[in-house]
Design a protein around this ligand. Structure first.
Ligand code: GDP
Length: 410
């Protein structure tokens, strides 16, 4: 099977957050907006979120899955589950390693919490470019600006406010998009398409000031744009997006959006931002592995024709199909029915049924190509952290080194 989309249109992302910020709710909403159910439901009979959620719960499907594929505007978004407790464990390292980018969720009341600092440092450590979502804007005491300030000060990051909220707390109903200078309203809480409108008069001046600041910040990271900016030339929205994308991938900036996932407000712009600003597998440097025979370094390019290098990042026992091994392919391809070599165990195994998991269905596929995520049934000897490769060109991808334990003396 060829790819559903060209590789440039893949995003392997994780929703990362401290406990309670709304990771689960945001992930559910992302799957809702990208899922088939939404398109069918909204077009035909106006199925509500509540109905959809109830159905999902009943069927007990994949919101808890290790990786779920979704489609948004002609892009494939693979959402990889990250552990709720982010600490220095192999599990965390592994889950961050298979992502190419992250959406970091903050609670608009709490701002940066101690646990969000850990999350952020982990993402720094494993080189995960990220965008931010200030969630729970409907709560009493919510503040987008204060949360952004705490991102700047406590995390030492360069957060770029992309919006201005419209309404606050229970009255939160929309946002001004500072790039396109239009207002977006989420009015019915049923998760349907937002309504676009003119910026309300009382916010126009602030929007213009803030847009100026945003354009300056984006331009200052980009050699071409800064010249245009200083010469007072018009910079288009597409040019701004392209420059911001480069800055995000180079860890120089993180765009910040706001919303309330519980109330179905603000999630679509985050999905657009995943496409606009987070890297595809071809935008990131190739993974590096170790050749077991002599410990030399091997580069694993994102290329279907290169020798196979895939990392098993999670084993899940699925009640319907059995033991599923989730893997990410860095180089080459995993093909149904073919033999692969587990370089960590030194064993050969045959690839059984290959699956791609969606929120509402599983799809059988015949191969999974470089840069993509898949799940395989029937591997008996392979565990998380193992590398699947070719026996004639073995490579070990994961070489976990743990930091020195911090010992505190009372
Ligand atoms: P997780 O621990 O990060 O996965 O967080 P959950 O998604 O489970 O959310 C934690 C709690 O916050 C739950 O009670 C949610 O209903 C609530 N919550 C999530 N998003 C919002 C939101 O946008 N507004 C409000 N008021 N509550 C929210």
């Amino acid at each position: 099977m060829a790819r559903n989309f060209p590789l440039e249109r893949y995003r392997n992302i994780g929703i990362i957050a401290h406990i309670d910020a709304g990771k689960t709710t945001t992930t559910e909403r992302i799957l809702f907006y990208t899922g088939k159910t939404y398109r069918i439901g909204s077009v035909d009979d106006g199925t509500t979120v509540t109905d959809w959620m109830a159905q999902e719960r009943e069927r007990g499907i994949t919101i808890v899955s290790a990786a779920v594929s979704a489609e948004w505007k002609g892009y494939q978004i693979n959402v990889i589950d990250t552990p709720g407790h982010i600490d220095f464990t192999a599990e965390v390292q592994r889950s961050l390693r298979v992502l190419d980018g992250g959406v970091v969720v903050f609670d608009a009341v709490q701002g940066v919490e101690p646990q969000s600092e850990t999350v952020w440092r982990q993402a720094d450590r494993y080189g995960v470019p990220r965008i931010c979502f200030v969630n729970k804007m409907d709560r009493v005491g919510a503040s987008y600006d204060r949360t952004i300030e705490s991102i700047r000060h406590r995390l030492g990051a360069n957060p770029l406010p992309m919006q201005i909220p419209i309404g606050s707390e229970a009255g939160f109903r929309g946002a001004v998009d500072l790039l396109t200078m239009q207002a977006i309203y989420w009015e019915d809480e049923q998760g349907r398409e937002p309504r676009f409108a003119e910026i309300p008069d009382e916010l126009r001046e602030e929007a213009e000031t803030r847009r100026g600041e945003l354009v300056e910040k984006i331009a200052e990271n980009d050699d071409d744009l800064i010249v245009k900016y200083l010469e007072g030339e018009t910079i288009t929205v597409d040019e701004l997006k392209a420059a911001l994308r480069k800055a995000v991938i180079a860890y120089k900036a993180s765009p910040v959006f706001c919303g309330s996932s519980l109330r179905n407000k603000g999630v679509q712009p985050v999905l657009d931002a995943v496409i606009d600003y987070l890297p595809s597998p071809v935008d990131i440097p190739p993974a590096r592995g170790i050749r077991p025979s002599d410990d030399s370094e091997v580069e694993c390019p994102t290329d279907d024709d290169a020798p196979l290098a895939a990392l098993v990042f999670k084993i899940v026992t699925d009640p319907y199909v059995g033991r599923l091994a989730y893997f990410r392919v860095y180089s080459g391809k995993v093909v149904q029915g073919e033999m692969v070599y587990n370089s960590v165990k030194g064993r050969r195994e045959r690839i059984g049924r290959l699956l791609r998991m969606y929120a509402d269905r599983r799809e059988d596929v015949t191969e999974v190509l470089a840069g993509d995520i898949g799940a395989v049934l029937g591997l008996k000897e392979s565990f998380t952290g193992d590398t699947l490769c070719l026996e004639k060109s073995p490579v070990v991808l994961e070489n976990i080194t743990f930091p020195e334990p911090v010992i505190s003396v009372a």
